[in-house]
Write a protein that binds this ligand. Sequence first.
Ligand SMILES: NC(=O)c1ccc[n+]([C@@H]2O[C@H](COP(=O)([O-])OP(=O)(O)OC[C@H]3O[C@@H](n4cnc5c(N)ncnc54)[C@H](O)[C@@H]3O)[C@@H](O)[C@H]2O)c1
Length: 254
Amino acid sequence: MTVPFPAARTAVVTGVGAPRGIGRVVARRLAREGWSLALVDVRPDGVSEIADELSGTTDVLGVPADITSPVEVRAVFDRVDDALPPVVGLVNLAGTACPTPLLELTVQEWNTSFAVNATGSLLMIQEAARRMAAVGVGRIVNTSSITALDGGGTFSKTAYAASKAAVLGLTKGAARELGPLGITANVLLPGPVDTDIMGGQLTEERKAGMAAGIPVGRVGQPDDIAAAVSFLLGEEAGYVNGASFQIDGGKLIH
Ligand SMILES: NC(=O)c1ccc[n+]([C@@H]2O[C@H](COP(=O)([O-])OP(=O)(O)OC[C@H]3O[C@@H](n4cnc5c(N)ncnc54)[C@H](O)[C@@H]3O)[C@@H](O)[C@H]2O)c1
């Protein structure tokens, strides 16, 4: 049986702390589309900035937290339970890049990549899905990368690629196990997107060079990703489950 989509519903979005990141653009779009929002990031200043910006437009709760900590993630959802409508959406966007070449990679860098990109997404899913199951409907969107398929490039190499490949398996497992509870899980694989994840290394010259290898002739913008999130979080996407969406202008066609 399909449970109706609640009119009052919350989306939890991670990775909203970076001023030019994808998370903020997603949050702005979901606010316009009627979602109440719980905004999560390890950067408290970044969380308050976007929470303040959106506070006149929808119900917003900014919750600084490190998503690698089960205790902090649980506390996020406890606060959401107290302050906002039921959790129906989860957008896992918090992530970290790792440009270290394989032969120089430390165990700590490897573990950090997995802790943020894979374990953090899992912890968020576990808490969110328990609440979605109680509602009978839920939408989870995870964020991998085309790097998971091609092994990485100049800025993000093996540890990032491997941890983002883990997100693909995580999404497929979630789709299978949570589907019967009314919850869908899907994964985005962006190509290069114009944000500061590479620590400002994506210069105009570098962007032009990258664009030359992309059939549509440009690097991606956060809006390109937000459009896909909007669809996958929506009521009409209820039959889309376990799917992977490359959003890369055709950079990796296979
Ligand atoms: N920008 C790209 O080219 C690109 C390409 C493919 C995939 N992605 C993925 O898209 C997502 C968003 O990327 P972006 O470009 O907006 O990155 P970004 O660096 O601009 O933003 C990432 C955010 O995650 C937050 N974060 C990092 N570790 C955290 C933790 N432990 N707990 C909570 N928050 C944490 C950071 O503070 C930051 O605000 C990431 O998962 C990234 O891997 C980005």
